[in-house]
Design a protein around this ligand. Structure first.
Ligand code: ADP
Length: 542
């Protein structure tokens, strides 16, 4: 017997309709390029989103054509998040920090027909415009006009909306498995690869994200995604917030700690999210002047994208009474995979042990399954055995766009993450490294992440990356690359003794190099590929 539940399709139009019916009064706040605040409500957002969908419908696009965005987090980008998929085409968010070469590659590969671009990003066009085939480019600007400095032929986003009548919008019925959005991996490990998200995948991801043991979003929350909307759907927060009716604060192009702290305090943000680099900056600013900002409303700072060091989680709590929620995910997992909320059995642990658990990546969300594949079968969930993390679930990609890299999928339908993890009893996942960053020294594995986190726990160290350098004898050995805190000093020997408190001698770096900065990926993560290249002929002087 089949269940006779109604065949209701899980689609983004249903989330938009919910926002319209129930949350019209809720506010969406955007920090504009001139730093002033733009405010409107979900009712306004839905009206303009309908206009966008109607206007796109008039441009001769075919079903599932791609419409790209190059934009910061803003109300117009939110309109694109819903208006593009609600007109039957695919929202393709593009990361402006990619190289011109990768940008041209992505436009070409995705065959984008239309681009919506922020006025603040127009200079990027020069580097790839002639190599791509766009039918229309619409400029999103604060005053609605196309700046004089823009190349010829660009059109205004506001004029596009003006040309449409929202009363012509009808909520469409899509198949929930149709693509709603797509995003390319940021290419840390090679050419970017396209990941497509179905309507169903985004709806289920939003529902799971809202559950209390994941992000726990509610109508009464005010959410500020610092993670950019061009980076894996800003971790799905704009969708989850619209579904729950949470108020949204969009930081626009201003990602400096001071502007972010102003937003958090003035707009009484309750939940924010971003990569560790952003929060290192915020922590430094708060340490300088702990009483400058009233953050009493902020109950969760979701940190992910790379490991949130235990020292950072501790510093936020102990010095500023702020709670870090550590999360792990990937472009391929929409992106939420695991979130670290302490389960009841951890209540008995000491404070120190709780911090150690909080620094793990946490427990998989509902319907997400994990396993770690070691050299000799699946690793036991003992918190020590390591293997490559494999995942499956309703918002884990089943293939890359145009079927690239099929080897990333197992025969039984799991996605191979390329992350090396151990799993503790109860399913707490701890990411030890990325496969390619793991240091293989004389048959032993050394986790670069653990060394980095312990280096960053030293109060003179602002940032640290540990990479493998070639070794004739051991095959690879670790090298520490460290940026010092402003005005602080420490010697290599001091850092080595600091590490030796926790790490066996054979796993300590062969040397520590002090640098002014660590190169970063487009998403703000350490670009270890560049460091490995920089230090490929390195031999320690000592
Ligand atoms: P890219 O693969 O190009 O860096 P993604 O944003 O998809 O782009 O990155 C996903 C990867 O980021 C994961 O495979 C993992 O290595 C890393 N990552 C994400 N969150 C965490 C976390 N909380 N701790 C450690 N690593 C993380």
């Amino acid at each position: 017997m089949r269940g006779l539940t109604a065949d209701y399709q899980l689609t983004l139009p249903a989330i938009l309709r919910r926002a319209e019916s129930h949350f019209g009064y809720r506010e969406i706040v955007t920090r504009l390029p001139d730093k002033s605040f733009h405010r409107y409500t979900y009712a306004d957002m839905v009206r303009r989103t309908k206009k966008l969908a109607v206007a796109l419908g008039g441009l001769g696009l075919e079903k599932s054509d791609r419409v790209a965005t190059l934009a910061w987090n803003s109300y117009q980008h939110l309109e694109a998040y819903f208006g593009i998929p609600c007109s039957g085409v695919v929202l393709h968010t593009i990361n402006p920090r990619l190289s011109p070469d990768d940008l041209a590659y992505i436009f070409d590969h995705a065959e984008d027909k239309i681009l919506l671009i922020d006025e603040t990003m127009l200079q990027l066009l020069d580097s790839f415009k002639d190599e791509v085939n766009l039918e229309h480019i619409f400029v999103i600007s604060s005053d609605g006009s196309v700046p004089d400095s823009a190349p010829d032929g660009l059109e205004s986003y506001e004029d596009l909306l003006e040309s449409a009548d929202e009363s012509e919008f009808e909520y469409p019925d899509f198949d929930e498995n149709d693509a709603a959005a797509m995003c390319y991996t940021s290419g840390t490990t090679g050419r970017p690869k396209g990941v497509t998200y179905s309507h169903r995948c985004i709806c289920l991801h939003s529902m799971a994200a809202a559950t209390p043991d994941m992000l726990g979003l509610r109508e009464r929350d005010t959410v500020m995604p610092v993670v950019p909307m061009f980076h894996v759907n800003a971790w799905g927060l704009p969708f989850t917030a619209a579904m729950t009716g949470a108020r949204q604060v969009m930081p626009g192009p201003h990602l400096d700690p001071e502007s972010l702290l102003e937003n958090l305090a003035q707009e009484r943000v309750t939940v924010t999210a971003g990569v560790p680099t952003i929060f290192f900056g915020i922590l430094r600013k708060l340490d300088e002047d702990p009483d400058a900002y009233d953050l009493s409303n902020l109950h969760d700072m979701i940190i992910g994208g790379s490991a949130a060091p235990e020292s950072m989680i501790r510093a936020f709590k102990e010095r500023h009474d702020l709670n870090v929620l550590h999360a792990w995910g990937m472009t391929e997992t929409t992106p939420l995979g695991t979130v670290c909320n302490l389960t009841s059995e951890k209540e008995e642990l000491s404070e120190d042990e709780k911090y150690q658990v909080r620094a793990t990546q946490g427990v998989p969300g509902p319907f997400i399954e994990v396993r770690a594949r070691g050299d000799e079968g699946f690793a036991a969930w003992d918190g020590e055995s390591m293997g490559e993390l494999e995942v499956r679930g309703p918002w884990v990609t089943g293939a890359y766009y145009k079927d690239e890299d099929p080897d990333k999928f197992t025969d039984d339908g799991w996605f191979k993450t390329g992350d090396i993890a151990s799993i503790s009893p109860g399913g707490y996942v701890e990411i030890q490294d990325r496969t390619k960053d793991l240091i293989k020294s004389g048959g032993e594995w050394i986790s670069s992440v653990t060394l980095e986190n312990d280096l960053m726990a030293h109060d003179a160290v602002a940032e640290a990356a540990v990479i493998a350098i070639p070794s004739e004898k051991w095959q690879e050995r670790p090298l520490g690359v460290v940026v010092l805190e402003d005005g602080k000093d420490v010697t290599e020997e001091d850092l080595m003794s600091h590490l030796a408190e926790k790490h066996p001698k054979w796993s300590l770096p062969d040397a520590i190099e002090f640098v002014d900065e660590i190169p970063r990926t487009a998403a703000g993560k350490f670009l270890k590929r560049a460091l490995r290249e920089q230090f490929k002929d390195y031999t320690p002087t000592a």
